[in-house]
Structure formats: C-alpha cells, structure tokens
Design a protein around this ligand. Structure first.
Ligand code: NAI
Length: 483
C-alpha cells in the first residue's frame, strides 16, 4: 500500500523521520510518496501551500500522513492545514485523549482515568475564513453551519461511538446564544440520535462543558462539536492528558483521510531534535488501523506504552530528575521495546487485514442537499448600513425609503436594538442593521429588495444585506437583543 507523506515545517521533519523510522523497524507494509506542502511551498509562490503534483498524488492515493505546517503570517494566505481538510472534505476531525501510564498529570496522580474522543466538525463554521470589513471600523466573519455538513459529522460520531461501545455521546454547543447556527447543529444531533437508541445522547453548553471537563473528565466519553469550539475544547482535553505532545488527530472523509498531530510546528524548539514524536506516532496508529494494519499498530503502541511506563521521556514531560531523551533516542527506545507489553492498557494483537486506501475516482463534485422545505417566503430584509448618525435620524431617513411595500421594524447596532426603543447607554459603532419587513405579510421578491436597496443607497452606503426568509412558520433569522 502506498500513502502520501508530507514532512511539514518546524519540528515536522524531525518527528516524521522518527515515526517513519519506527514504522520501518516494525516492517510496516507501507510505501511512502513524499509530497511538497507547507511554508516553503508558499514561499515558492504556490498560494495554497501545495504543488499541483502534491494534490494529484494525494487524490490518487487517498491517505495523507502529514507533519505540522506553518501558516505564513500576513494578509491573504490561508492555512494549508485547513485548506487540505476542506478541499478533500475530511469532515470529521477525531481526536482521542487517553491517560497514558507514565505521563503524570493531576488526574493520573488522583487515579482518575481519562478516555475522551472529541469529534470536531472540520469544514464549516468560522473556518471558512470568509471575512469582510463592512466599514473601516467594523469587521464581519460569516459562520456557516449547514444541515448536510452537520449531519455528516454527527453521523460519523454516532457510528464511531457505537463501535467504541461508548457510555455516552455529548453534543457541545452554544445554542442558547447562537440559536440559528448552533441551534441547527443541535437539532441535527438529536435527529441522528434517534437512529442510535442504544447510545445515551445528551448535550451541554460549551462553557459548562469546559468547566466539567476540568472537574470531572472521567464522566465524558465521545463529545461532538462545531469547528471552532471543537478546536478549543480539544486543546483543553490535550492539557488533561499531558499536553499537545500526546494529542493525535485523524481527519476523516469519505474518500480521503489525513492523519496528523494536533500540535503545530513548535518553532521555539525546531531543528534541535528534542521534540516529542508521540502525538504524530499516535496519529500513525489511527492511520495503520484505518488501513487494516492492526497488528503493526498494536505492537508499536504496546512498545510506546511500555516505554512511557518505564519513565522514558522527551524534554517536554515526565520526571525532570531523570535525564530526557532527544527525538531520535526516544524513537530508538520504542524500537528496542517491540514485543514488550505494558502493565496497563495493553493492546490486543489482531492480525493485519490490509484494505486499499485508493479512493473512488469522482467525476464531479458531490452536492450535499437535504429535502427542501415547503412554503419558502421572503418577508423582509436586513440592510447593513454605514452611518455615524444617531438612531432617530437614521430611522427618519429609512422611513422615507420604506415605500408601500416595507415597514421599518427596528434598528440595531452590534446586535442590540437601538430603535424604536433602546438605551442611550448602548455604545454605537458606525454600522447599523436596519430591518425592514413587508407590509401586511405581502409576498416580497428579490426585485422589491433591490428597489429598496437602490432607494436607500441615496442616503447610506450599504456594504451588505441579508434576506429575511421564512419556511412555513419557521423564521430564518434572529432577533436583536432588547427587541
Ligand atoms: P505549537 O503547537 O507549534 O506550539 C505550542 C507549544 O507547544 C510550544 O511551546 C511548543 O514548543 C510546544 N510543542 C508543540 N508540539 C510539541 C512537541 N511535539 N514536542 C514538544 N513540544 C511541543 O503552536 P503555535 O506556536 O501556536 O503554532 C506554531 C505554528 O504551527 C503556526 O504557524 C501555526 O499556524 C502552526 N500550526 C499548525 C498545525 C498543523 O499543522 N496542524 C496546528 C497548529 C498550529
């Protein structure tokens, strides 16, 4: 079997060499095609951080094993890590956090075992990076949460939880504030939960989740979250089990999968051969098991667990009174322990059943679309206008433009209503949201909205607008605070 390998930037080449050395010593039946991705590829002028040849190779082989990659600071360049996950629709980011015997943490010392799998949505949310300056003072980020995208990752989480015999599957969210976006994610969670009556499914607000993860991490099993919240919560979980050096990550898609560590390029220790390769090695086990190489995975994992149990460590963890090993020495220590079994959590040796990673060749992009809801109606529009006038003055001007089809409903500033009622204590910025709705539920069309836009643009710059849609009784827009 062949897989694509990208060594990455910073500590990437050092930890990747260590892991591949361990694989080779264990005669893992894999061949590697090296691909060009990362900072130096950006520097050569490839704006997405990968060469076209790298893209073709990964699409041909279906598996990418990658080291961390640096996102060059500065305008206009997107993270190649995020681009790779999004381009190949690796919609589920699975991150496993387990107590490792020999890696001391407050919880291991207190005898509290941790085994948490975070499934993070990997495509949507603010990671679209769709951002605009509406005025010179006001930046806007668009946060996409979609029904098909949410269903895809949530279904994966339930399926994985069932295979793992999970005690509990929990949806972390902020649907109390982001009622439409996180509300949709939560709705999808309970929709899928109905298909898995054997699993205990519940939900928790993400801030409460963070508090409970640090006080009672042993009560959680599988946690599924949207992209940004999942990113933050998974770093928190990494801290619970000893830090980023122990946090593996699998990006799962239907056709292409990417295996990598959670951590970044660690520029502060790059080139010193002192980085901890464990997180990349743990990601490698997930990859080997994904490819059916269960025997190799178990032998190497047992050797790693045994090595950690012996108190062998790199500089970032472990007993400081014992000398630490460098990256190469740590890899050699693991190799020397092949065939040994750890006292705790030994993995059963299951014979390899290699599959084929070659992805199905697709002829066109897959359209993810759920059943259309009936009775879609445009009932109004939110005009995002630029102005530094007071709300009453804006309202007077807007009412002149409302004409016979629209009513001016309210005006808000940073999501807080400031007209028709509000408080003089609300601070204002130079961007308002002016909401118009149709008079007497009159059916509106896009031309009506454009007519209003043209009229209103005589008085204001309108950098953005959103239609107010309704499906039956279901409103597709939020209310302002204080409305
Ligand atoms: P980082 O994860 O690289 O480093 C944070 C801290 O953890 C540093 O003190 C570092 O020395 C330490 N650390 C990380 N991995 C370690 C390891 N294996 N062994 C020992 N210590 C380790 O995060 P930072 O500094 O925020 O990001 C640096 C660069 O990495 C940025 O350009 C960022 O965009 C990129 N990055 C890439 C990721 C990826 O490729 N998936 C993920 C996160 C960041």
């Amino acid at each position: 079997m062949k897989i694509a390998v990208a060594k990455g930037d910073g500590i990437g080449p050092e930890i990747m060499s260590a892991v591949l050395k361990i694989f080779e010593a264990n005669k893992v039946p894999l061949e590697y095609e090296m691909v060009d991705m990362g900072k130096w590829v950006f520097d050569k002028g490839f704006s997405n951080g990968m060469t076209p040849e790298a893209q073709q190779t990964i699409e041909r082989l279906g598996i990418l094993f990658k080291g961390p990659m640096e996102t060059p600071k500065g305008k206009g360049v997107k993270s190649v890590n995020v681009t790779a996950r999004k381009t190949w629709n690796t919609y589920a980011n699975k991150r496993v956090f387990q107590t490792l015997h020999g890696v001391d943490t407050v919880f291991s010392k207190a005898g509290i075992p941790i085994d948490i799998t975070v499934v993070r949505e990997n495509i949507e949310d603010t990671y679209g990076g769709i951002e605009h300056m509406l005025t010179h003072d006001v930046a806007l980020s668009r946060r996409f949460i979609t029904r098909p995208g949410s269903l895809q990752v949530i279904r994966y989480a339930f399926e994985m939880a069932r295979q793992k015999n999970a005690r509990r599957i929990t949806c972390g969210h902020k649907a109390n504030i982001m009622k439409i976006t996180d509300g949709l994610f939560l709705e999808c969670f309970y929709e899928v939960a109905k298909e898995y009556p054997d699993l205990k499914a519940d939900d928790i607000i993400v801030d409460d989740l963070c508090m409970k993860l640090v006080t009672r991490p042993d009560t959680f099993d599988v946690v599924v979250l949207t992209n940004l919240q999942g990113d933050i919560v998974s770093d928190l979980c990494a801290g619970l089990v000893g830090g980023l050096g122990f946090a593996p990550s699998a990006n799962i898609g239907d056709h292409i999968c990417i295996f990598e560590a959670v951590h970044g390029t660690a520029p502060d220790i790059a080139g010193k051969n002192i980085a901890n390769p464990t997180a990349l090695l743990l990601s490698g086990f997930a990859m080997l098991r994904h490819l059916g190489l269960t025997q190799n995975a178990a032998i190497i994992e047992n050797a790693l667990l045994y090595t950690l149990e012996q108190g062998v460590h790199t500089g970032d963890f472990g007993d400081k009174s014992k000398a630490s090993l460098n990256t190469t020495e740590f890899a050699d220590a693991i190799i020397s322990n092949f065939g040994r079994t750890p006292e705790l959590n030994a993995k059963p040796i299951i014979a390899n059943k290699p599959g084929t990673p070659t992805p199905l060749k697709l002829e066109k992009n897959t359209m993810l679309e759920s059943k259309e809801l009936v009775n879609e109606q445009i009932i109004g529009v939110d005009m995002f206008i630029e102005s530094n006038e007071q709300p009453d003055a804006i309202a007077k001007k807007c009412q002149r433009h409302a004409g016979v089809k629209f009513n001016l409903i309210n005006i808000s500033n940073r999501g807080t209503q400031v007209w028709p009622t509000g408080s003089v204590y609300t601070n204002l910025v130079n961007q308002y949201n002016v909401r118009f709705e149709s008079i007497d539920d009159h059916q509106l069309n896009q031309q009506d909205v454009i007519g209003l836009y043209v009229s209103l643009s005589g008085d204001f710059k309108i950098p953005s607008l959103e239609l107010l849609n309704k499906w039956g009784d279901k409103k597709g827009y939020s209310s302002a605070a204080g409305q």
